[in-house]
Unconditional design. Structure first.
Ligand code: HEC
Ligand code: HEC
Length: 258
């Protein structure tokens, strides 16, 4: 008798209750989200929090940049899944360095909606950099396609003595007319005859702040590697002096009104 009751109790009450409890447990732990966090390292998880606080509104929860905010922007946020970056110091086809990404976060991209996060502590910026890499984890894990070629060009950049001299500005002016005016306009205001046909408008080079960074070396870097994925070409076929003369000239354009 006693044994029978126990078996019945087990069959009709305890086992079904255990089953329901199990189901509840599975569903209440939201498997999708749990998986997401479990896949992330501690730094990436910290970065996810930073991202959700500061970046998600423009760059989107899944990092593809297709956000409501972006619809109103002239300059669109990148799709982090492609791992193609525009604002970097490595040649075309290469990943940016962490320093490049940190540079973008510190400086922002003036004349576009991308703000500066200079005031956010560096550990948090490093964490969010680790997190945005998770949107294209396979590409980042593979690393640079060609480690030899894919080095930052900053290490070879040395500002020459003639930078900013009247002679350099004059030479740069001629080079500018030949190589740049079609897009950036005769006066550098981004209104050349080709400008309207481009998917991204040419930067107004008379604006007092440079998108690529505050130093002449940053502008030299843009001329050397271009802006991958945008119409701005690289001019590495021009001699180093030509490129520095161009930097002299557009630095002059930037400061002319001041
Ligand atoms: C107000 C909107 C906005 C916010 C907030 C924002 N971004 Fe951006 N971001 C942009 C836009 C727009 C661009 C594209 C600018 C361009 O290349 O013309 C961009 C570009 C970038 C780039 C450079 C991409 C490239 O092609 O080189 C990085 C990296 C980046 N954002 C990371 C972040 C991170 C990380 C955060 C948060 C800490 C953040 N952004 C917050 C709008 C935003
Ligand atoms: C085919 C058109 C085209 C030509 C030619 C061109 N540019 Fe650009 N340039 C652009 C576009 C478009 C951008 C903006 C890209 C973006 O925001 O993603 C740009 C951006 C730049 C930037 C970055 C802006 C900043 O504030 O840091 C610099 C510097 C620049 N161009 C200089 C030059 C110089 C100097 C030349 C000539 C040697 C030149 N460009 C030739 C289209 C062009």
């Amino acid at each position: 008798m006693g044994e029978n009751t126990t078996v019945r109790w087990l069959l009709f009450f305890f086992l079904p209750a255990l089953f329901v409890y199990g189901l509840l447990h599975v569903y209440s732990s939201k498997p999708a989200e749990a998986k997401k966090s479990a896949d992330l390292t501690a730094e990436e998880e910290a970065g996810r929090k930073v991202y959700n606080k500061f970046c998600v509104g423009c760059h989107g929860e899944n990092g593809d940049g297709k956000t409501l905010a972006a619809e109103f922007f002239r300059d669109k946020p990148p799709n982090f899944h492609t791992a193609v970056f525009r604002w970097k110091s490595t040649p075309e086809g290469c990943l940016p360095t962490d320093e490049d990404l940190l540079h973008v976060l510190n400086w922002g991209i003036p004349q576009t909606p991308m703000p500066s996060f200079k005031l956010v502590p560096e550990v948090q910026k490093r964490a969010v950099i680790a997190y945005i890499k998770t949107f294209a984890r396979d590409k980042w894990e593979k690393g640079q396609p060609d480690p030899q070629k894919c080095q930052s060009v900053y290490k070879d950049i040395k500002r020459p003595d003639y930078f900013g001299t009247p002679e350099s500005i004059e030479r740069g002016k001629n080079l500018y007319a030949m190589n740049c005016a079609a897009c950036h306009g005769n006066n550098g205001e981004g209104d050349g005859p080709v400008a309207a046909t481009l998917p991204v408008p040419p930067t107004d080079l008379t604006y007092p702040v440079r998108a690529a960074g505050p130093k002449p070396e940053d502008t030299f870097r843009v001329l050397t590697v271009g802006l991958e994925g945008s119409p701005m070409p690289k001019f590495d076929y021009l001699s180093e002096q030509d490129r520095w003369d161009l930097v002299s000239y557009i630095a002059y354009l930037m400061n002319k009104g001041k």
